[in-house]
Ligand binder design. Sequence first.
Ligand code: NAP
Length: 549
Amino acid sequence: MATPATQAKQRTPETAPCDYDVIVIGAGVSGIYQIKRLVDLGVRATVLDANQDLGGTWYNNRYPGARFDSESYTYGYSFSSELLNEWHWTERFSPQPETLRYLNFVVDKLKLREHMQFGCRVEAMRFNEPTDTWQLSLNDGRALSARVVIAGMGPLSTPTLPKFAGMADFKGISFHTANWPHAPLDLTGKRVAIIGTGATAIQIIPVIAQQAGQLTVFQRRANWAAPLNNGPISAPEMAAIRARYDDIFAACARSPAAFEHIPDSRRFYDVPPAERRAFWDRLYAEPGFGIWLANFAEIFLDEHANAEMSAYIADRIRQRVKDPALAELLIPKDHGFGIQRLPLETNYFETYNRDNVELVNSKATPIERITATGLRTSERDFEFDVIVYATGFDAFTGAYDRVDIRGLGGQSLRDKWAEGPVTYLGMLVSGFPNMVMLGGPQTAAANFPRGSEIAVDWIMPLLQHMQAQGHTRFDAQAGAEQAWFDAVKLSYQGLLMSKAQSWITGYNSNLDGHEYGHTRYNIFATGGVQYARHLKAAADGGYAGIAFA
Ligand code: NAP
């Protein structure tokens, strides 16, 4: 390892040749905007993606029913009026095929495809201290170097499978939802199992129940969910949306989660109970996240207010599920409404009224093993043709943990984050110079493209500043990183969701070190507005907290 003195002598950064000025990892929503800005800047840049084509999440998650819960017109890129004027979203909440088409439209329109390389997974990255460059090793055997690496690898891009005995023995078809087969899969008449009842399963279940001969859902913990209330967007409606795009994006910038839904400003206790219920009736019937994000702030802070809200939603579930015992099984008893990321649904609860759908309480009767023909619980054997693992992701840090990333002195990022992520502003990691994260841990978990644009718009002037000053290295200062970690930790304080058994706190029952109670501070929970202020303050302060060399 080089000492600072020998390093100073050995550093030949400006003359050291490297393949690219910037390598972007990931051709998803953030990587696409990032490469657009880099191409405009005229630097030598490329995007590497392990998939065979662009789209990231929208390339991978092809399961029936996949769509986002963001209003489509808040999900598109805001930076180009040409794109905004040309694209017509056909549904209020766009389904996966349309979103993937949209991303392809953007890339083709902006001629970005020539800057993308597919089918290449970055397996290792090592920072070369004498030259201030990153050396990347790819699964196709290539080694590439770049001054700067920008990782847009996705916060929920690393699927996690359960560790059941016998998984390899199953003779039917089985896969994680993020690896749903690309070829059409005809489930007509098939016996299908779904393991998990997170946001993904809640989208799939109503769709495949209509196709499958028999659908069996294995639910360990029930999940709160509320109606999506999706619908088509007609040509006149789209024209009206286009006319107010400026207002739409301005509203997103004012809202903590970057949606048009703004928290209700009234105090929960100032509104009489009957009026509260009438308000919730309205929100329940409206499209999108209003029931979650336009609700009273106390729902997320105050046990009593949350309990009242939970009771309201529980009643709604009872109204929708015919069998009262089944309804009770579908009502979460271990956490309150909205404490975990709220899944939005279309006919989810009604699906359990169908004769071909069975709900198994896999907390009471756990899955013991997968067998050649199905699975065995503590109670009985089941036979299946298809097993779908809707078991979630190694959130936020998973994609980074799977690349052997070595910073100054050979330090491993995986080791640094063993107890949970530590970052500066969710963008940089001290000791890992010239590495930037988009949508990484400890950013505000918001409507994703809105957060991506904010992040890219922040990093571009930093790169230009670096170029203008002739610097070859930037690195977050350890003190600034600690201060951001403290701010992130503080942002969880007082929130009921700080006890959530979800990716918010790093819980994942299929990963060691992610047990419930071992909190990983994955997001800046104060929200997007404050987060954007922190970024701006750092930039306005001449990139406070960042050392350039
Ligand atoms: P998830 O919310 O983590 O849910 C995973 C489910 O699998 C849980 O019900 C979990 O049960 C269950 N599970 C995991 N391991 C299990 C095991 N070994 N045995 C039995 N059950 C097991 O994952 P997800 O549904 O894929 O959603 C993840 C996130 O992706 C969402 O929160 C959301 O942010 C995003 N997403 C967004 C959309 C959208 O935009 N509409 C759609 C899908 C996903 P326990 O709770 O008991 O662990």
